[in-house]
Design a protein around this ligand. Structure first.
Ligand SMILES: Cc1ncc(COP(=O)(O)O)c(C=O)c1O
Length: 399
């Protein structure tokens, strides 16, 4: 680990942490900011949480900061707990008719693909899976796969900005434009977007975009956003219906008011998001652009180290890399874990080599991948340690 930068986090110094991608990791100053909000909340829970006395003003200040960061008007931005929540809100509000089609992708996040299947089944609609190849050599292959899965009954495309199992930055702008040209709406799951990639929601132009602030933006868990184009906001409702369904909040659209209050919750993660943006802007000379460039260069360096150790080729072009890289491992044969269990190799790497890294089974059990992350607290030595661990566990020579 890069000790100079890792001191900003409370990560276990004994463990090489190569899994920022799963749940992020919040720096100390961000957690301190969150703690201050929690202390203020517990000093006077009524004044703090009563929306019109204090909470709305606090959320609006965060919304303005985040909207500027994401490239959209504040009025179009709601808060959600996480990307799964945002995807569910859109899907469960979507006006599906029997026979309609939703397109998802073969690299999509399982929880969100499940939500698409759930609403489709409820409506008598169908789900088509765009089969994005992997390995692949050009982002256009992903856009072509999505286009191919669409038909004249397709109403919605759900696509990840950065894919979870494969860590690919997908060409969302092209996918959104192509869908719009065919009259199809788009829901972009940007769970990994903020902090990893420059975000410009206005330019991408998706109908709906959701994302996490607790992954690459380093906000506290649990913090997410949902952006909806103005003309569709009336129809998008949160997963939990609460007061604002029949009680207008002065000066707020129903869209904003409904998402701002879905029952008692802890707003401190959201209220600490500006501290996370400030942290990332200040942690390296050059601000967030420098953080993104640093992480991308580092993960590509890590990829080279691991490709050599494993004797494999990079499965995706550099143009599709942000700060995640997924590489193939030899097929595991009989030692695939039962569904929901951690792969034995992941446990061995953690227990014997003190490396925390996800081993994924995708798209089928037994087909294994290792996914590395790069955040500013990592350094080259972390990937060398992982490579040595994989070699020691026999992964580099097994076929
Ligand atoms: C593409 C994608 N979507 C959604 C999620 C879910 O994030 P959360 O559990 O915070 O909702 C993830 C998590 O890794 C993801 O990679």
């Amino acid at each position: 680990m890069n000790q100079q930068l890792a001191r900003h986090w409370g990560l276990d110094p004994e463990v090489t942490f190569l899994n920022h991608g799963s749940f992020g990791a919040a720096p100390r100053v961000v957690l301190e900011a969150q703690r201050r909000e929690q202390d203020a909340q517990e000093r006077d829970p009524i004044h703090f949480l009563a929306p019109e006395r204090s909470l709305y003003g606090k959320l609006d200040a965060v919304r303005d900061r985040l909207a500027a960061f994401l490239g959209c008007p504040s009025e179009d931005l709601a808060f959600v707990r996480n990307a799964t929540d945002g995807v569910n809100a859109v899907l469960r509000s979507f006006p599906l008719e029997p026979g309609d089609r939703i397109v998802i992708t073969s690299h999509g996040y399982n929880a969100c693909n499940n939500a698409a299947r759930y609403v489709a089944e409820r409506a008598g609609a169908e789900v088509a899976v765009a089969d994005i190849p992997f390995p692949l050599s050009d982002p256009a292959e992903a856009a072509a796969a999505v286009a191919e899965a669409c038909c004249d009954r397709t109403r919605l495309v759900l696509v990840d900005h950065v894919t979870s199992p494969t860590g690919l930055v997908l060409p969302v702008e092209e996918i959104v434009q192509a869908a719009r040209d065919r009259g199809i709406r788009t829901l972009v799951d940007a769970a990994h977007g903020p902090g990893m990639l420059p975000m410009d929601l206005g330019r991408v132009g998706a109908d709906y975009t959701t994302g996490n602030l607790h992954k690459w933006l380093c906000g506290p868990k649990v913090s997410g956003f949902l952006h909806v184009r103005p003309e569709l906001q009336e129809s998008v409702r949160p997963c939990v219906i609460s007061h604002a369904a029949n009680t207008p909040a002065p000066g707020r659209s129903r869209f904003i008011a409904e998402f701002d209050w879905t029952g008692t919750f802890d707003p401190s993660p959201l209220l600490a998001v500006p501290a996370a943006i400030d942290f990332l802007e200040g942690v390296l000379p050059g601000g967030l652009d420098a953080v993104r460039a640093h992480n991308r260069a580092l993960v590509l360096e890590g990829r080279a180290i691991l490709c050599e150790a494993l004797g494999v080729q990079p499965p995706a072009p550099d143009a599709m890399i942000g700060s995640l890289v997924t590489l193939p491992l030899p097929a595991s044969g009989s030692d695939a874990p039962p569904s929901g269990r951690v792969d034995p190799l992941q446990l061995a790497l953690f227990e014997r080599h003190r490396v925390e890294v996800p081993i994924m089974h995708w798209p089928a059990k037994g087909q294994r991948w290792v996914r590395i992350s790069a955040q500013v607290y990592n350094d080259r030595g972390d990937y060398e340690r992982l490579a040595a661990g994989l070699v020691a566990e026999g992964e580099a020579c097994r076929t």
